[in-house]
Design a protein around this ligand. Sequence first.
Ligand code: B1M
Length: 229
Amino acid sequence: MEDDEIDLSLLDDGELVEQMHDDLYDGLADEIKEGVNILLERGWEPYKVLTEALVEGMRVVGIDFRDGILFVPEVLLAANAMKGGMAILKPLLAETGAPKAGKMVIGTVKGDIHDIGKNLVIMMMEGAGFEVIDLGINNPVEKYLAALEEHKPDIIGMSALLTTTMPYMKVVIDTMKEKGIRDDYIVMVGGAPLNEEFADSVGADAYGRDAAMTVEIAQRMVAERRAAA
Ligand code: B1M
């Protein structure tokens, strides 16, 4: 170990969690994995590790990304560190039946292969405790419909980066209407060329301007739907 490195195992719980927030911010995946393991060894519930050490750390990352203090490369590093911790917690969370923030199916629409923004959204959503099914790129309507049927998510998300592919979102939403399943899901759309008006015009429920906003809106809409049910 380097002289200036911190021995995480010597920190008390509070200090360790604070250090993990800093390590997430700095995208240090190995330190995050080590921190998660230490907290688990100290008897922390996996859900407590997830919410207090990881999700809270990512919340700060999301705010600074939204405010232009952090940029895409840094957020990807933070999200990658988060993923390292999540990989340890996921099987344990499944066993303990921790509450989920919600479930989302997301993919880039047909004809479009841009996925950096979508992947960022996925990482931030997972960071906020959502289960996300990633359909990848170039998705025809059939692929979305099959995923809705199979996974029964709260949210269907679509991403498009080209002015030529963004109209395809309407194809998906119209097909959902034809099949009578439109209102069974929250429909969220995003991608650089979109805006609020476009989202309204294709019949989506919400437009995610960026990953942090998408998480905020998703949390609010899922909570509203659950309260209404
Ligand atoms: Co492309 N490309 N590209 N490209 N590319 C753009 C989009 C373009 C604006 C560049 C330009 O000309 N200035 C332009 C589109 C012009 C237009 O439509 N009017 C363009 C073009 C023309 C093309 C090709 C046609 C080029 C060619 O071959 N002649 C071709 C198309 C291929 C295809 O899709 N069929 C093409 C290809 C590529 C690469 C493969 C080289 C590469 C993609 C690599 C990849 O994604 N794996 C690429 C890239 C990297 C870009 C730019 C430079 C960057 C896009 C990006 O990743 N941004 C882009 C120019 C630009 O936008 N500055 C450009 C960073 C990312 C974090 O932001 O994706 O906006 P963004 O995501 C944000 C939000 O939008 C939101 O959250 C994200 C995080 O905050 N969000 C969502 C996104 N999806 C969401 C979904 C949600 C919610 C929120 O669901 C709920």
